[in-house]
Write a protein that binds this ligand. Structure first.
Ligand code: C5P
Length: 316
């Protein structure tokens, strides 16, 4: 979506939100190697800013915390997104992509996926394609399980391998206050799923019922706008948490630290290692962030509200 103003052909800027999984129920491993998931995504107001402008050839540059760990150029997921939408539209992928990182890299908050989603939205606007979001979602699904959600933002149920999305309309005007403790070293998502498989040799028979109950509890809590209810609903609702803790035992200390400084709940975000804390107010979030920062254990401590909107392109 472009706003009236500048000329999108000169370049566009897209703000792409990070996410936290309020529930993450992992089902069986499929023949293609992916796991069936039932998850509730929540978009949070930590944004990467992605600028896309016409150029002689496709380039990707990245700036910000953790930028050195991100493949620049052709191996970047945003570069793959540009090539994919260019091929679909029958145009040359001749753009310069510049990413200002704020979402933790390899942190379980889908930062790389957000950048790829931003690249799809940005190229769509730059080239005047006007593709419906659903078409962009189908392209996103080819790039990764988490790439579709930042196109929509808000709150959504994710099924399949996470790429099938159903927006959850929550009637509550609730905005929730979050604090994120970013570990000094990231975790690779495949390694966490592998650890999950190692720990859970047999799958509980009641997995589907538990997944549905978690979704219902979180949806009710979001509707109520009550942070304490949401805290109860997200507790122990991420099946990947145990695997992330097994690979990074020190995360258990972080999860304990949050409630000691006023957090209503703490959870590993997605596949981790970022820990997300839900607090009751902006003030409580600031107090917790100060306490966590003072420990000097984290690469970064970030405060954000959620839910927030999805990617949208603004002409330069
Ligand atoms: O889809 P994406 O490329 O982001 O997934 C990265 C890796 O995470 C996959 O290769 C797989 O190892 C693991 N994964 C999974 N089940 C999912 C999503 C991801 O096993 N539903």
């Amino acid at each position: 979506m472009s706003r009236v103003g500048g000329d999108p052909r000169a370049g566009v800027t897209v703000r792409a939100p990070g996410k936290v999984n309020l529930t993450l129920s992992v089902g069986p491993r499929r023949p293609d190697g992916y796991h069936e998931l039932t998850t509730v995504f929540l978009a949070v107001g930590l944004h990467d800013v992605v600028r896309i402008a016409p150029a002689a050839r496709l380039t990707v540059t990245v700036r910000g915390p953790g930028a050195a760990d991100i493949p620049a150029g052709d191996g970047n997921l945003a570069a793959r997104a540009v090539r994919l939408i260019a091929r679909a539209a029958g145009v040359e992928p001749a753009v310069a992509v510049h990413i200002d990182k704020r979402i933790p890299v390899a942190g379980g908050m889908a930062g790389g996926s957000a950048d790829a989603a931003a690249a799809l939205v940005g190229c769509d606007a730059l080239w005047g394609l006007g593709l419906p979001r659903e078409d962009l979602r189908l392209l996103a699904a080819e790039l990764g399980s988490d790439v579709g959600f930042p196109l929509y933002g808000g709150v959504a149920l994710g099924t399949g391998r996470g790429e099938l999305l159903t927006p959850l309309e929550t009637s509550g005007a609730g905005v929730f206050h979050w604090v994120f403790a970013v570990s000094p070293h990231g975790l690779a998502t495949p390694a966490v799923f592998q650890e999950y498989d190692r720990l859970r040799r047999t799958r509980p028979a009641d997995g589907e019922r538990v997944a549905a109950e978690r979704v219902a509890a979180v949806t009710d809590a979001l509707d109520s706008g009550d942070a304490a209810l949401l805290a109860a609903a997200v507790k122990d609702a991420n099946d990947l948490q145990e695997a992330a803790l097994s690979l990074r035992p020190e995360l258990a200390d972080t999860l304990r630290l949050g409630p000691e400084h006023g957090a209503l709940a703490g959870l590993v975000s997605g596949s981790g290692p970022t820990c997300a804390f839900l607090t009751e107010s902006a003030h409580a979030a600031a107090t917790l962030a100060t306490a966590l920062s003072a420990t000097d254990r984290y690469r970064d401590v970030l405060v954000a509200v959620g839910p927030t909107g999805g990617c949208s392109a603004v002409p330069d």
